[in-house]
Design a binder for this molecule. Structure first.
Ligand SMILES: C[S@@+](CC[C@H](N)C(=O)[O-])C[C@H]1O[C@@H](n2cnc3c(N)ncnc32)[C@H](O)[C@@H]1O
Length: 288
């Protein structure tokens, strides 16, 4: 993990923070198949390819193949990638097949009304005794926000509004993520646990390349909003804003305001830094 270009892949930063891409207690040498649900660029599969036996099948599914790697390979091994909608029942070839299913940054991108269906579908795809590993980072979980340094709250509160995370559905998801260990057993999983691994940004990140990549990720997101003119204030119209813990955060309304916000945010990252909680939830399909 040397160049920032490589580290910009947030997945690698997440895996480094949690001590490797697999936290579920599976026997790596006995693993016959894993599935990356909502695989995107198949980044997680590329990370685990070197850890699993050569005979283990590396499957990935996504609703689109737009980001699938070409050729579909990692560490010289084939990746078995397919277009599959996780909200619909999974094809029978996947039933009871996997020792481990990984779902990284996927469920919050699906309609909340479909979560039960998606988790039940994934349960069906696990071998009895197999594990699911769910990875989420969320800026707006209230108890997390309460712990951020006041200087970081301006960045987080403002960006949360720009991302629309305070809308009803994203807010509901934000409340559920810390409660996944109670929710998953209602769908048939067992032994659900959640561990928080902090993702360190700015001053809190000791590795220079990771720090640079993190800054590119965080300030790049703000630059994206700036480029798209998010928050553009028209004469007399109400400004885009949100209230968190009684403080109003107003989204920058023009290019100059975004520029000032990005500069102030850069200073906050450099002066105090940010620990964004990565929640890793692990649960098992009962043996019978
Ligand atoms: C934020 S990306 C995460 C990608 C990958 N898991 C990672 O960590 O790099 C969310 C992924 O979920 C996929 N996705 C969204 N809705 C889906 C659905 N109904 N079925 C399968 N995949 C879906 C998207 O296409 C996208 O690749």
């Amino acid at each position: 993990m040397s160049s920032p270009a490589k580290l910009i892949n947030q997945g690698i930063i997440m895996s480094a923070a949690m001590g490797g891409p697999i936290r579920a207690p599976i026997a790596l040498d006995k693993t016959t198949a894993v599935l990356d649900a909502g695989t995107g660029t198949a980044g997680w599969l590329s990370e685990v390819a070197a850890l699993l036996p050569a005979t283990a099948e590396l499957h990935g599914v996504d609703i689109t193949d737009a980001r699938f790697p070409q050729p579909a390979q990692a560490e010289g091994r084939p990746l078995l990638l397919d277009i599959v909608d996780l909200t619909a029942p999974l094809p029978e070839r996947y039933h009871a097949k996997f020792d481990l299913i990984n779902a990284r940054h996927v469920l919050p991108w699906l309609p909340y009304s479909k979560w039960d269906d998606v988790y039940r579908n994934l349960l069906t795809a696990l071998k009895p005794g197999g594990y699911i590993q769910v990875l989420d980072t969320r800026m707006t979980i209230a108890e997390d926000f309460a712990q951020y340094h006041p200087k970081m709250k301006k960045y987080v509160g403002t960006m949360a509004k720009a991302f629309g995370l305070d809308a009803e559905e994203p807010a509901t998801m934000g409340r559920l993520i810390p409660n996944l260990p109670a929710y998953l057993p209602t769908l048939g999983f067992t032994d659900a646990t959640q561990t928080i691994y902090p993702l360190f940004y700015g001053k809190l990140q000791p590795d220079p390349a990771t720090r640079e990549a993190g800054m590119m990720q965080m300030l790049g997101a703000a630059r994206g909003f700036q480029t798209r003119g998010v928050g553009a204030a028209t004469e007399g119209a109400e400004r885009l804003s949100t209230i968190m813990e009684g403080v109003t955060y107003v989204v920058p309304g023009n290019n100059d305001e975004w520029e000032a916000f990005i500069e102030e945010s850069r200073n906050s990252f450099e002066e105090v830094g940010w620990a964004l909680p990565l929640r890793v939830t692990i649960a098992q399909r009962p043996l019978q």
